[in-house]
Design a binder for this molecule. Structure first.
Ligand code: DGY
Length: 321
């Protein structure tokens, strides 16, 4: 028969994903699961027909231009594509596909966990017990922000924003959203559309960010926009750290302008801006949005579905370049 395509796996992916990949491809694996740098990735891609990368693999233009001609497709194990220079991929004729849909619920679950955890001071409470500092229930101890019935503003009403809205409905929240396009009425499910995101901020008891990271949305949540939020608001980010100006957010958490923030993503992760470290009113997670057993398997299978389609001469269903 024909030879199997050679697939470079940049990281260790879930066992079921590795097993399926090994059946259909000649795989090149990353034995110790360390993040590859640009030069290393170019070197390792020699002889590869395709690459399976993930959201923390930077795939800038110089990497894409340095790839051997044999590499014709890059599948990313992520819905986000901000780490890949899609224009450079198009220019080189390298096909790119992502994994939308399969991580929607897992990510919205983490967003709601952050919303509740930040509002209700879960991390502070957890530390109090774990550090043996809890001296018993008290009427004024660790009093947080009430969630049920409050107003939630969602920035970016794509799949994950909509899944966040469904969760918030269960908490009788009044849902407001901004999106580049207004949703069709049957998808809005009672959520209130704001054509102007800045204007929406004025009513946001809670703000949850679900928009893609682009040059235009870099540091979108800055000091000026934070000032528009009501005093005591809570901010949640499960999208990308670059959407938030850390200096401004830290200043607002420190001054008490904002009650709390729940963050799953950070600019320059895994490095944490030192300003966050001493702040009690943050609920921080290490980019766990999609980290469930079935979601991570589904992401890998979706990436492989796209690769399979490409090598069978079909259009990859989730092609983005
Ligand atoms: C994504 O899919 O873009 C996440 O950031 C990684 O799961």
């Amino acid at each position: 028969g024909t030879r199997k395509p050679v697939l470079l796996l940049t990281r260790r992916y879930p066992d079921a994903v590795m097993a399926r990949a090994a059946g259909d491809y000649e795989i090149m694996t990353n034995e110790d699961d360390h993040p590859y740098g640009v030069d290393e990735m170019i070197r390792l891609a020699q002889g590869a027909d395709a690459m399976l990368v993930c959201a923390v693999d930077q795939v800038p233009a110089d990497l894409i231009r340095g790839l051997p001609d044999s590499v014709r497709m890059i599948a990313t194990f992520s819905v986000g594509t901000d780490h890949i220079d899609l224009a450079a991929a198009k220019e080189r004729g390298v096909t790119v596909a992502n994994t939308p849909g399969v991580l929607t619920d897992a990510t919205a679950d983490i967003a709601f966990l952050l919303l509740l955890g930040a509002a209700r001071r879960a991390a502070e409470g957890e530390r109090l017990i774990r550090e043996h500092r809890w001296d018993g229930w008290a009427p004024t101890q660790l009093v947080g922000v009430h969630v049920t019935g409050k107003r939630l503003a969602i920035l970016g009403m794509g799949r994950i924003g909509q899944a966040m809205a469904r969760r918030a409905q269960g908490f009788d929240m009044e849902i407001h959203y901004h999106n580049r396009r207004r949703l069709p009425a049957d998808q809005e499910a009672g959520a209130i559309y704001h054509a102007d995101a800045d204007e929406m901020l004025g009513i946001a008891d809670f703000l949850s960010i679900h928009s893609p990271a682009t040059p235009e949305t870099r540091h979108w949540l800055n000091a000026g926009r934070i000032a528009r939020l009501p005093d005591g608001a809570v901010v949640v980010n499960t999208a990308r750290g670059t959407l938030v100006d850390d200096e401004a957010l830290i200043a607002a958490l420190r001054s008490g302008k904002l009650a709390a923030a729940g963050l799953d993503v950070f600019e320059n992760e895994p490095k944490l801006h030192p300003g966050y470290a001493g702040l009690p009113n943050t609920f921080l997670l290490p980019h766990l949005g999609s980290a469930t057993d079935q979601t991570r398997d589904a992401m890998g299978f979706k990436a492989l579905d796209n690769l399979d389609a490409f090598f069978a001469g079909r259009e990859p269903p989730d092609r983005v370049a």
